[in-house]
Design a protein around this ligand. Structure first.
Ligand code: SAM
Length: 329
C-alpha cells in the first residue's frame, strides 16, 4: 500500500482493496489524495447551456463539456473558487454539482407531468436537477428533516428558480411512505450514509467518525428509508436508491434485505450508465453471499473527475395480478 495514503483509516483501505476490482486499485486510493476537477450543471430553469459555457469561458475558466450530459461541464479543481464566485453561480444559472450525483437524475429519468418524491433532499442538488428535467411540469415533493439543512434546501430552491414548483416538507423520511402510500411515479432516495467517497486524505475531519459502528447505524436508517420510499411509490413506480459510500453493508445488503423482506413486491431494474468507470454489484462480502439479481445494481468508481457512487433502481410490482395468476383456474 502506498505510504502517501496511510492517513486514511487502515481498516477502510483494507476494505477498499476487497471491494474495488484489481484494475482500479491504483486509481481509487489516488482519488482521495488529488485535487479533483470541479463539475457543474447549467440550470436549464434559468439559463441556456451554450450561453452559460461561453460566459464561463469568457471569465477565464477552462471549461470542458461533459460528453454524456449536455448541461454539464468541468473545470480544473484549482479554478473552483473562481467558479463559485462567478455571477452565474450566485444568480442560480449554474449549480456546482458532482458528475456522479448527476447520474441519479439521469437514471431515475423523471418525466414532465409525473409525481416525483425526493426523500432525502438537502442541500437540493438532485431536487433541482429533477425539477429541471421535469421542466416544472407535474409535482415534485422534497423531504429533509434536519433544520439547518432544510433551510439551505429552501434557499437553494429559491435561488435556482424552483421554489414555485417543489413542495417542501421538514419531516423524517421514514414516516413518509406510511402517510402517503402509493402516491408517486418516481422516488429518489439519496440516502444519508457514511460518505466514504468524500473522504479526503488532507481533511481528517471527513472520516473522523467513520467505523463499523457508523456503517451499521447508517444501514439501519437506510433500510427504514428505503422501505418508506417503496411504500410511497405507486405500483409500477420506480425507486432509485443511492449512496456515496463504498460499504456493501450500506449498499448491496440494504437492497438485498429489502427485496427479501418485501417478497416480490419490488424488483431490480437494469441500469445503463454512460461512464466506463462502473462495476456491477458485489455478490459476496464478509463471508456472506447475495442473490444473483444484485449484480444489476451499479457502483461508480472514483476517478480524477468523479466521486464513487452507488445506484440501485427498483420497480414496484403489481402483486395482486401475480396472486390472481397464481390462483387461476
Ligand atoms: N440529495 C441531496 C443533494 O443531492 O443535494 C443530498 C442528500 S444527503 C446524501 C442525505 C440527506 O438526508 C441529508 O441532508 C440528511 O440530513 C438527510 N437525512 C438524514 N436523516 C434523514 C431521514 N430520517 N429522513 C430523510 N432525510 C434524512
Amino acid at each position: 500500500m502506498n505510504e502517501k495514503f496511510t492517513s486514511l483509516p487502515l481498516e477502510f483501505l483494507i476494505r477498499l482493496e476487497q471491494i474495488v476490482p484489481a484494475a482500479f486499485l491504483a486509481e481509487v486510493p489516488r482519488s482521495f489524495e488529488i485535487e479533483k476537477a470541479t463539475s457543474f450543471r447549467v440550470n436549464s430553469l434559468l439559463a441556456n447551456a451554450v450561453e452559460a459555457y461561453s460566459e464561463l469561458r469568457h471569465a477565464g475558466l477552462d471549461v470542458s463539456n461533459c460528453i454524456w450530459c449536455e448541461v454539464a461541464g468541468t473545470i480544473p479543481g484549482a479554478q473552483k473558487r473562481l467558479l463559485s464566485e462567478h455571477s452565474s453561480v450566485r444568480s442560480g444559472r449554474v449549480y456546482i454539482q458532482g458528475l456522479s450525483s448527476m447520474l441519479a437524475g439521469l437514471v431515475l429519468d423523471p418525466q414532465p407531468g409525473e409525481a416525483v418524491l425526493d426523500l432525502a433532499a438537502a442541500p437540493g442538488g438532485k431536487t433541482l436537477h429533477l425539477a429541471a428535467m421535469m421542466r416544472k411540469q407535474g409535482q415534485l415533493s422534497a423531504v429533509e428533516p434536519v433544520r439547518n439543512r432544510f433551510f439551505k434546501l429552501r434557499d437553494n430552491l429559491s435561488c435556482y428558480g424552483a421554489d414555485d414548483f417543489v413542495r417542501l416538507y421538514q419531516t423524517d423520511g421514514r414516516g413518509v411512505g406510511r402517510k402517503t402510500p402509493e402516491r408517486f411515479d418516481a422516488v429518489l432516495l439519496d440516502a444519508p450514509c457514511t460518505s466514504e467517497s468524500r473522504f479526503k486524505c488532507r481533511a481528517p475531519e471527513s472520516w473522523q467518525y467513520w467505523g463499523q459502528r457508523k456503517i451499521t447505524e447508517s444501514a439501519r436508517k437506510q433500510k427504514a428509508l428505503l422501505r418508506s420510499a417503496i411504500d410511497a411509490a405507486r405500483i409500477g413506480g420506480r425507486i432509485l436508491y443511492c449512496t456515496c459510500s463504498f460499504a456493501p453493508e450500506e449498499n448491496e445488503f440494504v437492497v438485498a434485505q429489502t427485496l427479501r423482506r418485501l417478497e416480490g413486491q419490488v424488483r431490480l431494474l437494469p441500469i445503463e450508465l454512460p461512464v466506463p468507470n462502473a462495476q456491477s454489484g458485489l455478490l459476496e462480502w464478509g463471508g456472506k453471499s447475495l442473490p444473483e439479481e444484485i449484480s444489476l445494481v451499479r457502483r461508480v468508481l472514483p476517478t480524477e473527475k468523479m466521486d464513487g457512487f452507488f445506484l440501485a433502481l427498483l420497480e414496484k410490482v403489481d402483486t395482486t395480478t401475480k396472486d390472481r395468476n397464481r390462483k387461476g383456474p
